[in-house]
Write a protein that binds this ligand. Structure first.
Ligand code: FES
Ligand code: FES
Length: 182
């Protein structure tokens, strides 16, 4: 709704929202037309979520809403009232990286890193749903996440290695897949 300010110009009333972000209750006020991506980056200062195509085509803005991957550039912030949003900032527990973050680092599955937050969160949702996915299931889950750097193989291997470790296996990367190995 628009109000008239002291200078006679019409100004937009802000939307007020209560939601959970990375396990914490948050209240935030923002222009009601903003996307979830804009609210996260500009109003909550959670800049780990990346701003790419804004068209739903690259996947780098993916976050989890109630545990499911959502492209935050296509979701309105006001639609998040009462929901639980997880961003990449919420993956580590204290100083302990999520197993996916650990394996991405070990295998060099993040290079420039721009696609990485969206991929990590999409993979996290996959592993919560299918703890030991096949390579085809991983490819399908990550089909909407584009990466310009890695050629994808390291990403697939990192998801497989994290899945094995999360299942309790003492899995180590093959020596030739470790970043920097010669
Ligand atoms: S920025 Fe959202 S899909 Fe590209
Ligand atoms: S690591 Fe650069 S776009 Fe994926």
């Amino acid at each position: 709704m628009k109000k008239v300010g002291k200078n006679g110009k019409r100004k937009l009333e802000k939307a007020h929202l209560r939601l959970r972000v990375n396990g914490e209750e948050v209240e935030v006020a923002f222009a009601p037309h903003k996307t979830l991506l804009e609210v996260l980056r500009e109003d909550l200062r959670l800049t780990g979520t990346k701003h790419g195509c804004e068209l739903g085509e690259c996947g780098c803005c993916a976050v989890l809403v109630d545990g499911r991957p959502v492209l935050s550039c296509l979701a309105l912030g006001v639609a998040m009232e009462g929901h639980e949003v997880t961003t990449v900032e919420g993956m580590a527990v204290g100083t302990e990286l999520h197993p996916l973050q650990q394996t991405f680092a070990e295998l060099g599955a993040a290079q420039c890193g721009y696609c990485t937050p969206g991929i990590l969160l999409t993979a996290k949702a996959l592993l919560e749903h299918i703890p030991r996915p096949s390579r085809d299931e991983i490819k399908e889950a990550l089909a909407g996440n584009l990466c310009r750097c890695t050629g994808y193989i390291k990403i697939l291997e990192a998801v497989e290695l994290a899945a094995a470790r999360m299942a309790g296996e003492k899995a180590e990367p093959a020596k030739e897949t470790i970043y920097g190995w010669e």
